[in-house]
Design a protein around this ligand. Structure first.
Ligand code: NAD
Length: 281
């Protein structure tokens, strides 16, 4: 058996089309949806992410502005800008790009930002509301992984999922989103014993580990759906956390890397700007 590929580029294009219609409708009122993307320093690892943010915004007619602080900037200088943005009703969403230099703490920046403009959904208010099952701006990578699962067309309710990784950015919100879909969720992490045996039970495997080609095909239950969130550099190439070649022989559906979760994440970010514009909190 060879798995069907869950094509993130195709899904991203479909979602963009739907979103474009919504944005055009919103723009009829002469208000323009607008987003600001903040970087501190010029870490090359953010270049491609910035490029894809900009492209996604421009394709959708969202106003996009990048603000770059020199690497030597103090935390309070960045906080000053966030205070100004919080007061500025013409800006609907903010992206705080990582990595930040060591003297700047991302959680302080994110939590200073008004939760209604936290379009990455990573602040305490949005994460707390997600935990409580209230309307919130969703962490976009986990939301993208869920969209890809839905794209498979498989009924999620009642399935067993293993989420590998317990980060605030991906693993934990992913588990909560799956729980909301009536999936039975197990979260595994670096201290989990006998990971292959845990994965063997899972109908759905979401890998968010940060270790190249880590999940092997012979760990999978036959027919499992595999969502690979990982982005790793290996021998000059981008690879996921899943050993795609062996896993595709065992899975029913699998996301490729690149071209899986990544492209959908950028669209979810823009979907969140629209949610922020509508002020859903
Ligand atoms: P992280 O380093 O914060 O968390 C990694 C998690 O993996 C931890 O919870 C850890 O417990 C777990 N882990 C580490 N070693 C393990 C092991 N041997 N067995 C089981 N679990 C183990 O990383 P993150 O920010 O959650 O990102 C995870 C991956 O997803 C990275 O490759 C990152 O680049 C990628 N990512 C992709 C997107 C996207 O849009 N596609 C967005 C964010 C992160």
């Amino acid at each position: 058996m060879s798995a069907q590929i869950l094509d993130g580029k195709l899904l991203a294009a479909q979602l963009k089309k739907q979103l474009k219609d919504v944005i055009e409708e919103l723009h009829k009122d002469n208000k323009k949806v607008s987003v600001v993307s903040i970087t501190v320093g010029n870490d090359p690892s953010t270049f491609s992410y910035l490029k894809s943010q900009k492209k996604a915004a421009e394709d959708l007619g969202i106003r996009y502005k990048e603000i770059n602080f020199p690497i030597t900037s103090r935390q309070d200088e960045v906080l000053n800008l966030i205070n100004q943005i919080d007061q500025d009703s013409s800006i609907h969403g903010v992206i705080i790009n990582k990595p930040l230099p060591a003297h700047i703490e991302d959680s302080i920046l994110i939590n200073r930002l008004d939760a209604s403009k936290d379009i990455e959904g990573l602040g305490e208010r949005n994460q707390g509301r997600l935990l409580l099952g209230k309307s919130s701006i969703l962490p976009c990578t986990a939301a993208a992984a869920l969209e890809l699962l839905r794209f498979s067309g498989v009924v999620l309710k009642g399935k067993q999922a293993v989420v590998i990784g317990r980060s605030e950015i991906v693993g934990k919100p992913m588990a909560l989103l799956l729980l909301k879909e009536d999936v039975t969720v197990t979260i595994c992490h670096s201290k989990t014993e006998n990971l292959p045996a845990m994965i063997q039970r899972a109908d759905i495997v979401v890998a968010a580990i940060g270790k190249p080609l880590f999940v092997k095909g012979d760990w999978l239950k036959p027919g499992a759906i595999v969502i690979d969130v990982g982005i790793n550099q290996q021998d000059g190439k981008i690879v996921g956390d899943v050993d795609f070649e062996s896993c595709k022989e065992k899975a029913s559906f699998i996301t490729p890397v690149p071209g899986g979760v990544g492209p959908v994440t950028s669209v979810m970010l823009m979907k969140n700007v629209v949610e922020a514009f509508k002020n859903i909190l």
